[in-house]
Write a new protein. Structure first.
Length: 94
């Protein structure tokens, strides 16, 4: 399924949009988040949050490049998660 069709599913509020995104880009998004967080489990949680963010953002957003849109969201979510995880570790070291 191409990106335009997936975005159309989001606009129709069809839950198959999430399945289509996961099939097409799930492994790339998981790799990106897991590499940033150095944890497969934390990466998977980040990707799930990315899907939720996409569901809540499309519509009204209509991204021209769906993977770039998703990857930017995943990176942002992973960065916040990384910051929180490291802050917690630092506090527990005190």
């Amino acid at each position: 399924m191409d990106d335009k069709q997936i975005i159309d599913l989001f606009f129709q509020r069809d839950e198959d949009a999430i399945n289509a995104v996961d099939q097409k880009y799930g492994s790339k998004l998981n790799a990106l988040a897991a590499n940033m967080l150095q944890s497969r489990e934390d990466g998977l949680e980040c990707v799930n949050d990315t899907y939720m963010k996409a569901w809540n953002s499309i519509p009204p957003a209509r991204p021209e490049y769906l993977f770039a849109f998703l990857a930017a969201s995943a990176r942002n979510i992973a960065t916040v998660s990384y910051t929180h995880l490291r802050a917690h570790e630092t506090l527990s070291d005190l």
